[in-house]
Ligand binder design. Structure first.
Ligand SMILES: *Cc1c(COP(=O)(O)O)cnc(C)c1O
Length: 226
């Protein structure tokens, strides 16, 4: 785990780099939200980030998020939790209960499970559709050629509050064309939120229009291999 001062210093560095990337892209400095990806890091690391003013967090696994976050909310009502990992339908209800944003809607069965969970929980977290822009078989996300139809179905058939799109480009590719694809797809559907860019490529994502960047290791330090 990083020292407290290290997390605060890393956050300041990332904010400065976001501001510079916005300036280079002629975008207003406040147009990008930093989602601090705290997966695998202990609650203490989240507390240190909160103390440094960070309020938006991302977690991959619903179970891990459920252990770390609800206890913090009472003292930090402004904090926001994004679920950014692939979701199984049997986790839909827990996800709806704890998340403010679910970034990984990617198939009809999940869309319908989330819609049903929203009814039962009386809560409607914002939803993003995850697109597998690299068409990688091992990765979550709707395929490129199915994305238009799925976005429409998620909104119109399942009634989900879809506010945008999310992607994770293949590690070996230049990410820029993937980010540009996602931006154009969002524009076609009138969607405002673009969650794209991680520690290694968030500046490129901002150049292509990211509204949310998901940064983990550059804030909390390297994670142990999964
Ligand atoms: C882990 C993760 C991140 C953060 O990755 P870093 O390279 O540590 O910044 C972002 N998005 C998703 C979906 C992740 O799983």
């Amino acid at each position: 785990m990083s020292e407290p001062s290290a997390i605060a210093a890393n956050l300041a560095t990332i904010h400065a780099r976001i501001a510079e990337a916005c300036a280079r892209a002629n975008r207003p400095p406040g147009s990008v939200t930093l989602v601090a990806v705290s997966k695998t890091n202990p609650q203490q690391a989240v507390l240190e980030a909160l103390a440094a003013g960070q309020q938006v967090f991302g977690e991959n696994r619903v179970q891990e998020a459920a252990e770390k976050f609800p206890a913090l909310r009472a003292a930090h009502p402004a904090m926001r939790l994004h679920i950014i990992g692939g979701l199984q339908t049997n986790k839909a209800r827990d996800a709806v209960r704890i998340a403010d944003v679910i970034e990984t809607i990617d198939r009809p069965k999940l869309a319908s499970a989330i819609a049903e969970a929203m009814q039962k929980e009386g809560r409607r977290p914002d939803c993003l559709v995850q697109v597998n822009t690299g068409e990688e078989p091992q990765k979550s996300g709707v395929a490129r050629h199915e994305a238009d139809a799925f976005i429409r179905a998620a909104r119109e058939e399942h009634g989900l509050p879809v506010s945008g799109l999310m992607c994770i480009p293949p590690v070996e590719d230049d990410p820029r064309p993937h980010f540009a694809f996602l931006r154009d797809l969002a524009a076609r559907h009138g969607l405002k939120v673009l969650s794209m860019g991680m520690s290694g490529d968030f500046e490129a994502a901002i150049a292509e229009g990211a509204t949310h960047v998901r940064v983990g290791s550059a804030i909390f330090g390297a994670r142990a291999p999964a």
